[in-house]
Design a protein around this ligand. Sequence first.
Ligand code: ITT
Ligand code: NA
Length: 183
Amino acid sequence: MKLKFLTSNMHKYNEISAFLGQLGIECQWVKMKYEEIQGESTEEISRDSAVKLSRQMDDKFFLEDTGLYINSLKGFPGPYSSYISKTIGNEGILDLLKNKERSAYFLTVISYFDGANVLTFQGKLNGKIAEEEKGKTGFGFDPVFVPENCEKTLAEMSIEEKNQHSHRINALRSFISYLGIED
Ligand code: ITT
Ligand code: NA
């Protein structure tokens, strides 16, 4: 079996293809940077992107959108995660959280175009924002995110370790279970 994953982000591709590879599923990288709407939820951004791209793709594909939701900031940056990562970055997040409660979660919404319709699948990872940046693997907010029941940030983990409980892989599990594949 083969699945097409549309993303500009090599790290996302590496995580997803490592997991699918173990199940004997080939992940084909459609490397493409696309315009996203500034939606009000990760779900809306993900779905809107897939609906628009389905008009120019002649085959089934999936993509995903991910956001970091910080509870004491009422879910910020959430759907603004791309912008915040590019502007204030991890240092800015740490500054905003001085003397604040640090629990947070990642949310990934996979949108799958099945040739006719777009279906969505969600995955979540609970955790907290670290006191300082740590680790060199991964990307984005990984150096400041410590998953629940872990001592390390996601950036101190290998892809295999991150994949054991990540938001992205939780969404992927729900997606492949819909396709009738067992992991
Ligand atoms: P696409 O081409 O797939 O859209 P992207 O890098 O633009 O790739 P997103 O819009 O989904 O991806 O990501 C929003 C922000 O969240 C962005 O700054 C990412 O670096 C960050 N991010 C996404 N997934 C992450 C993860 O697993 N760990 C840490 N940061 C992540
Ligand atoms: Na994106």
